[in-house]
Design a protein. Structure first.
Length: 277
């Protein structure tokens, strides 16, 4: 039986096992996908288990997306995104040399989540809140889609400034100030708890905006509830999560006879699976 893992700390909340196990079954693959809470010191050993065949593939979540990088043979990520969420063995059947490869599927996951609802970023004014682990992937993804401006605001100014060094086009905004935007994205962890509130005066924002929250549990954070009340379009992070997992599954299932890997289904049943928690 092939074994896959998602590692992080904490990891209890992860819905990746549900999704991947469903897809393995659907594709008649004899594999099991588990979650494992790990400490930083265990990472090297776990990645080595890919080389010695004990583990086939790994997804990585907070806070290890950066710290796994030194243990990989190759990374297939843009230079400025020091973030890997999918690790697998890249087999070379000609030379026979196998490499432990790392990839970032959050970038594609975010893009597909917008394509799924036909939201076009081109020419739009984007306002990002937060400068955490997932934020660079979102900025990178957005930049490829041609917005007119990306503004960013973070409570800790230094973290916003670090991002501006990587993405010089960013326009930094003081935490608590809200500029005119078409789309606002919450990438902070504010909203995970019921009483979490972002410093936004919702009544001062015009109409017809798009509010996107990377959080998907709870389904509607206060940020999304306040926006919905005022008739704005809203979207949570669920589809981004599902699409990043779909791309990870594809990478996991690349084989000599399946060169592009398998693209598992995203349908009502799959989405329902994630509702039952
Ligand atoms: P990550 O591991 O992804 O970096 P994190 O450090 O928990 O996650 O924080 C993610 C984001 O949520 C950061 O932008 C963080 O702001 P700071 O850089 O100022 O820490 C933001 N965040 C978390 N709690 C917050 C709070 N109470 N008020 C404002 N921002 C908060």
């Amino acid at each position: 039986m092939k074994k896959y893992l998602v590692i992080g700390n904490p990891i209890d909340h992860s819905l990746s096992p549900k999704l991947h196990n469903y897809w393995f079954k659907e594709n008649n693959i004899k594999a099991i996908y588990e979650k494992k809470q790990v400490e930083e010191t265990e990472i090297e050993g776990i990645i080595a288990d890919i080389r010695n065949g004990k583990i086939e593939g790994i997804n990585v979540t907070v806070p290890f997306k950066k710290s796994v990088i030194p243990f990989l043979d190759k990374v297939d990520i843009p230079d400025k995104i020091q973030s890997v969420n999918t690790i697998y063995l890249e087999k070379n059947n000609i030379t026979g040399s196998n490499k432990i490869a790392g990839c970032n599927t959050d970038i594609l996951g975010f893009k597909y989540s917008l394509e799924n609802i036909k939201y076009n970023i081109k020419g739009k004014k984007i306002f990002i809140l937060g400068a955490g682990g997932v934020t660079p992937s979102i900025i990178y993804s957005l930049e490829e889609m041609g917005p007119s401006i990306i503004m960013l605001s973070n409570r800790t100014k230094e973290k916003a400034e670090n991002l501006k060094r990587l993405f010089p086009q960013l326009e930094l905004v003081k935490w608590g100030d809200i500029k005119n935007f078409d789309m606002i994205i919450n990438t902070t962890s504010l909203g995970l708890k019921e009483n979490d509130n972002l410093p936004i005066n919702y009544d001062q924002i015009g109409s017809g905006k798009f509010f996107y929250d990377v959080i998907y549990n709870p389904k509607k954070t206060n940020f999304l509830l306040e926006a919905e009340k005022r008739g704005h379009q809203i979207e949570n992070g669920k589809m981004m999560f599902v699409y990043q997992a779909q791309e990870a599954f594809r990478l996991f299932t690349i084989a000599p006879n399946v060169r592009m890997g398998l693209i598992p289904s995203i349908n009502k049943k799959v989405l329902q699976l994630l509702e039952n928690d």
